[in-house]
Each structure stands twice: as C-alpha cells, then as structure tokens.
Design a protein around this ligand. Structure first.
Ligand code: GLY
Length: 387
C-alpha cells in the first residue's frame, strides 16, 4: 500500500478543528432555522433552501455532531425541529422518488432517534427505508438510482448507493423485518460484482438489462468520461465497502475496500486531496474535490476497527494525514453567516464526455462539510455512527 510523507493531525489539533467547525455551525443556525442548506455554496456561502434536495440530511447531521461535541441545547432543538420537516417530507412524498433515502434520513432522523429517542425520527427513517425498498429491481438485483421505475434509460444503480444501505440494516435491526437487510445485501453483491474495475477504479453508474437483468456496462454521469474514475465515486466506494463489511463481515468486502483504496491512493496528488476526477493528477489546473478526502478518511477510520494491528495503524495514519491537509489547507477558519466549513469541493463539473448538469464547482459542498466533521469526530472519539 502506498505511504505518504505528509504530517498527521494530532488529537488536540483535530479537537480544535472540530470546535472551529462547530463554531461556524453555531453561527449559521439562525440563517438556516427550520430550513436546509443548498447542496453547494456560491462563493463559499450557502443559500438556504426548502427540504427538497438529496443533500438536505447533511446540515442536520452537522447539527447533531455539534450537539454531541458541546451538549448545547440550541443544537438539539434545531436538530429536532428539522426531524419534523423530514417526517413531513416522507409522509407527503416530497422529492423522494430516488434512492438517496440513506443520505437524507441517516444523518438527520436515525441520528435524532439514536441520540434522543425521537419517535418522529424513528417513524420518518422507517418510512424512508420502505421508500428505498420500493426502488429495488428484482431483474438485476439492485436499487434503481434515478427516474421512473423500470425505464430502460434509467435502469441502473450508482456506486454512491452503498451509503444508502445502512438505513436498511438499521431498519431491519429496529423492526425485526429481515427484508430490509436482505435487499441491502443483494444490492451490495451486484455493486461489488460490476462496479469495481480490475485496476480497483470504479464506474460511477452501471446499467442492467431490464428484460434479462444481465449486466450491460458502466457509464459516468459526474466523472470526466466513462472510462475515467470520478473521485467522489471512488470515495463512496471506499467508505461504502467499509460500511458493508461492518454490517456483513464478509472478508471479500474488506478485500474490495483494499482494492478501491489502493487505486485512490495511487492517484492522489501530494497534499492527499484529489482532483474531481482521478484522471487528473499533480500539475493540472482542474478543481479539487475536498469532500472526497473527508469521505475516505471516514472509510479508513471505520475499516481500521476491523483490521489487524498493522493495517489498522496504517489506515488510521492515512486518515490523520488526509485530515491534517483538509484542516490546514481547505477548512474555513471564519467567515460571514452562511459560510461553509470546507472549501474546494466539486459537486458536478461538465466535461465534453459526461451527462451531468454543472453545479457547485470549486465550492463548499454540504456533504463535504458533514463528512469533515464526522471524520474529526471519529478520529478523536469512539463515535457511535448514524449510518
Ligand atoms: N451522490 C451524488 C454526489 O456525490 O454528488
């Protein structure tokens, strides 16, 4: 495995970085009261938005992490107020015809239930788990990511979905209904069979045949082109395989984690924060995606719990090096109300070969902020995860 000479963040530094992030979340509470942050910032400042985007769970996730760090009731009150919004969203089926139920409901409502016993949080998260199950396609064994169910031009899953599956494992444990976990298990098997290329890189999206369920092939949406490797897709692969191992304890899942991580490390520039697609390396003018670094740090810290001593030490060191770089060079130290926590994220950058809508290029991105706080929290404590 590739090693790096970079400095590691210390526990004390990580604690101070987390406190600085909590300070910005506290500053932003009045601006976003009862609302959500847009998926990405504009010149590093987030507009507020209604609870309608796939990214709306990350702001309440930051609030819950801030509450865990401080015990300040202002955070708890703000987190619980948002649970009501999330319950209404799923009950009234507002923008929930897609697979991102875990991204939405784990850091908002599962967190609220685990931390405070919120019954509204539990109900909302269980409804979200059922909604995700409704997107399972028997032909091909996968959760259809986007679009009308069964539509041939949308008959595909995406690597990101691995982060939606913990909601289902939680729902199974909570209700005793094994179907939730069974579908998560089947989707994971499909994803790991097709989405990881022989060199350890990943496809962003993968099409299946709606008539036969056979694998068709990989395509990108947010990466540079079909045969390149979108950095955040790779990061979802790193964290997602670690979480899959946590829930399933199948040795092949930890092997998948090693392969995906290995490719990611090989393509990193010197400061260990990737460019938005891993086809780009040191010397390019292309923007970074700092959110990938924090997501991978979370995956490393999760996988380290399950590894032997030597591997666990190496993985924790890599996470500490990545966090040092993000905290020193990318994290916002202070700014006006609405400012994000981590600069230089990239949501979707248009290329001549991809199909995305350009949004949030070289900006703060809400999941980048959330996973930065989660990674710091993981690094300094024995954190009980929301996933
Ligand atoms: N899950 C969509 C993204 O990472 O941009």
């Amino acid at each position: 495995m590739k090693r790096f000479p970079n400095p590691s963040i210390t526990r004390e530094e990580a604690g101070r970085a987390l406190d600085a992030a909590v300070g910005i979340v506290r500053q932003n509470l009045p601006l976003f009261a009862g609302r959500c942050q847009n998926h990405s910032s504009v010149n590093d400042i987030y507009p507020s938005c209604e609870n309608v985007q796939w990214t709306c769970g990350f702001w309440p996730g930051e609030i819950w992490l801030a509450w865990e760090r401080t015990g300040d009731a202002a955070f708890k009150d703000a987190g619980l107020a948002l649970v009501d919004s999330f319950l209404r969203r799923i009950e009234e089926r507002i923008e929930v015809e897609h697979h991102d139920m875990g991204f939405l409901y784990s850091p908002s409502c599962v967190a609220a239930y685990k931390l405070t016993g919120s019954e509204a949080g539990r109900r909302a998260a269980l409804l979200a788990a059922e909604q995700l199950c409704a997107r399972f396609q028997e032909k091909g064994s996968f959760f259809q990511a986007w679009g009308p169910l069964g539509a041939p031009d949308n008959y595909r899953y995406i690597i990101d979905c691995l982060l939606n599956l913990p909601l289902l494992y939680w729902a199974s444990a909570e209700t005793g209904n094994t179907r939730f976990a069974e579908l998560a298990r089947r989707h994971t098997a499909t994803c790991l069979a097709h989405s990881i290329r022989p060199d350890g890189s990943t496809y962003h999206t993968f099409f299946m045949d709606p008539a036969t369920g056979e694998a068709v092939g990989g395509r990108t949406c947010q990466g540079y082109r079909d045969d390149s490797c979108w950095a955040r897709g790779q990061a979802w692969g790193v964290y997602g395989t670690a979480l899959s191992y946590t829930y399933e304890r199948k040795p092949e899942y930890l092997d998948a984690f090693r392969r995906v991580l290995g490719y990611y490390l090989e393509r990193l520039p010197e400061d260990m924060v990737p460019y938005w697609d891993m086809t780009f390396t040191s010397g390019t003018e292309e923007p970074r995606d700092s959110s990938s670094a924090s997501i991978v740090a979370c995956g490393l810290l999760e996988a380290a719990k399950h590894a032997g001593a030597e591997e666990a030490r190496a993985w924790r060191t890599l996470a500490a090096q990545m966090l040092c770089s993000v905290a020193e060079r990318y994290a916002v130290k202070e700014g006006p109300p609405g400012v994000g926590l981590v600069r230089h994220g990239t949501y979707s950058k248009k290329s001549p070969y991809n199909s995305c809508t350009p949004e949030g290029v070289d900006e703060c991105v809400s999941w980048g902020d959330y996973f930065y706080m989660e990674a710091l929290t993981r690094y300094i404590s024995d954190w009980k995860m929301y996933w």
